[in-house]
Design a protein around this ligand. Structure first.
Ligand SMILES: CC(C)(COP(=O)(O)OP(=O)(O)OC[C@H]1O[C@@H](n2cnc3c(N)ncnc32)[C@H](O)[C@@H]1OP(=O)(O)O)[C@@H](O)C(=O)NCCC(=O)NCCS
Length: 179
């Protein structure tokens, strides 16, 4: 039988009202302190707030997960400052450059809206996310002691990181993007 194998491609869509359920489920799969649909709707309604979803197309079919979204990012821009509020990729879709595509898209959108830099907070023990952020020019600019509370009651510090959107070319993920 003839098997047509296509490279996986990804497309980014802006989160709309019908995506809130999927967004909440993805958030829950990525974080201990899951944000509800209402929390997410509130964040997206804030001035300068926006969210994106990554959809993955593999072979001739995308599958229901791929269609609905396998990763997300939530951002806010106030005047010339962007803030990455949250980013996550479904556990079974990680290490395939989806996080990099999402981060790049967010940073480009922040820049288009007028941000000259993007800030974020990341747990001090979240080394995978820190590696991703460093690849996009983020550097530590502060530390918040005991910022996060874990389900077992323990506390974890956070680093504040910043990347300047000064025209430096952002890394180009290898995963092919379609519009
Ligand atoms: C952080 C997260 C979004 C990364 O998404 P991803 O799609 O797996 O990341 P990518 O495949 O795009 O990785 C891009 C780069 O980030 C770094 N990276 C990502 N995951 C990594 C890991 N587990 N270990 C080391 N480096 C990692 C690498 O530099 C990687 O580049 P490479 O694959 O060429 O080595 C994902 O792990 C996730 O959803 N984690 C749970 C939620 C979370 O912690 N969000 C961040 C909160 S601040």
């Amino acid at each position: 039988m003839l098997a047509l194998k296509r490279q996986p491609t990804i497309s980014i869509k802006t989160v709309g009202p019908f995506d809130l359920g999927r967004l909440a489920r993805l958030h829950q799969s990525c974080f201990d302190d899951a944000w509800s649909r209402a929390d997410l709707a509130h964040l997206l309604a804030l001035p300068g707030g926006f969210g994106i979803l990554a959809r993955l197309f593999e072979g001739s079919l995308s599958g229901i997960d791929g269609m609905r979204g396998v990763g997300f990012a939530l951002c806010r821009v106030i005047r010339d400052e962007g803030e990455l509020l949250s980013i996550g990729v479904g556990p079974s879709y990680r290490r395939r450059q989806i996080g990099a595509v999402l981060l790049r898209d967010c940073m480009e959108r922040c820049q288009r809206i007028g941000a000259t830099s993007v800030f974020l907070e990341v747990a001090a023990d979240n080394h995978s996310a820190q590696s991703l952020y460093r690849a996009f020019g983020f550097v530590e600019v502060g530390r918040r002691e005991g910022y996060y509370q874990r389900p077992d009651g323990s506390r974890m510090s956070a680093y504040t990181m910043r990347s300047d959107l000064d025209g430096t070319t952002l890394p180009e993920p290898t995963l092919q993007t379609c519009r």
